[in-house]
Design a protein around this ligand. Structure first.
Ligand code: SAM
Ligand code: SF4
Length: 354
């Protein structure tokens, strides 16, 4: 059944119970309920960040291997029927995918989807923030690792800081809120800038989130980055910020949509600061997410666990029940705690979507 064919009674049940009648929520082997789907729209990108891709990029997937909008909507609709309420569009760079507002419009009106967000490098955001908001996008996370133009160029290899700053303004003007900035901290590169980035929250209502660098294997490109990137634990970043700006006030959890960040505020600041210690303090216990790659693999975990090829299921004629079964199977494959340190990562970050 398509979203626009829902019987009024079923719709009422959906509103009341949060999922479709007859469909159980997706629960993994350890009792974690899946309510969040991250969808990578493309493996392509207009930047080549040191920590994500080699300078020459990675071999792009042929277009026929990418999920079509119809396939993406079918998978998200099936997920929403089983209680997934939050969807994040990512990539590669999601804004390079043609006709994106059309996809956003279709996902935003699916029953059950309460929160539709997007993660972007911000380069193209100034030109499309209004259209995205108009189509039904709620909010954006913009990746920004430095406020220094030359360093920005060194980290992204292709980008201009100005474009991203304009993108942030445009997102705020378009009402995409709360606005979040994702900063990957790299020792000896941008770690000393953490207090300046945190300081952006004093006058602006945004959240700056400091993310631990995840060293990827050869297929992820980092070992070809032209040198090693130094890992800095979240706790060290926080200590550094506090040594410059004073003690941070812890903020209470905002519940389901809080995500993996531990949140703080500079006393008196309008915005907030988050720390995501995926490596040093895995948040697996609270993990409520599945991932859909650009080529249609459902992944149980970014760093570990099994995958299910849902594109093959759809392209061999599988319908909604088969997709739901694939979602449930993927959830069963979620590890209790990721074994990243044992070297379990496989696949490029840009195909999986971070
Ligand atoms: N291109 C978009 C962007 O950069 O925001 C979306 C895709 S990107 C893969 C999603 C997130 O993953 C970004 O915030 C990026 O900083 C982060 N990321 C990529 N490689 C990483 C790594 N090796 N360690 C930690 N975070 C990484
Ligand atoms: Fe592109 Fe995002 Fe990867 Fe940077 S982190 S290379 S912007 S996909």
């Amino acid at each position: 059944m398509l979203a626009n064919e829902i019987a009024p009674r079923a719709l009422a049940d959906l509103v009341r119970h949060g999922y479709w009648p007859g469909q159980e929520r997706i629960v993994d082997a350890y009792g974690r309920v899946v309510t969040y789907l991250r969808v990578s729209l493309t493996d392509r990108c207009n930047l080549r960040c040191l920590y994500c891709m080699p300078p020459e990029g990675i071999p792009w997937l042929p277009c026929k291997d990418l999920l079509s909008f119809e396939e993406i909507v079918a998978i998200v609709e099936a997920a929403a029927a089983c209680g997934v309420t939050k969807v994040r569009l990512t990539g590669g760079e999601p804004l390079v995918r043609k006709d994106l507002p059309n996809l956003i419009e279709r996902i935003a009106r699916l029953p059950g989807i309460e929160d539709l967000a997007l993660t972007t490098n911000g380069v193209l955001l100034a030109s499309c923030a209004k259209d995205l908001a108009h189509a039904g996008l709620r909010r954006v996370n913009v990746s920004l690792d430095t406020l220094e133009p030359e360093k920005f160029r060194r980290i992204t290899r292709l980008g201009h800081l100005d474009e991203v700053l304009k993108g942030l303004e445009a997102a705020a003007d378009a009402g995409l809120a709360p606005l979040k900035i994702n900063t990957v901290i790299m020792g000896g590169l941008n770690d000393k800038e953490a207090p300046d980035l945190a300081g952006l929250t004093v006058k602006r209502d945004l959240e700056v989130r400091f993310i631990e660098y995840m060293p990827l294997d050869e297929s992820g490109g980092c070992t070809r980055a032209g040198g090693t990137i130094e890992f800095v634990p979240s706790a060290t970043t926080r200590e550094h910020i506090e040594s410059v700006l004073g003690p941070l006030q812890p903020l209470p959890s905002q519940g389901e949509y809080d995500g993996p960040a531990l949140r703080f505020r500079i006393p008196g600041a309008r915005g907030s600061i988050g720390f995501i210690g995926a490596m040093s303090v895995p948040f697996c216990e609270r993990c409520n997410r599945l991932r859909l790659t650009a080529s249609g693999e459902l992944r149980s975990c970014l760093l570990d666990g099994g995958v299910v090829d849902v594109r093959a299921i759809l392209r061999s004629g599988g319908g909604r029940n088969a997709v739901i079964a694939a979602l449930r199977r993927t959830a069963e494959l979620k590890p209790k705690v990721h074994q990243y340190l044992a070297g379990a990562f496989h696949g490029a970050m840009s195909r999986i979507g971070g």
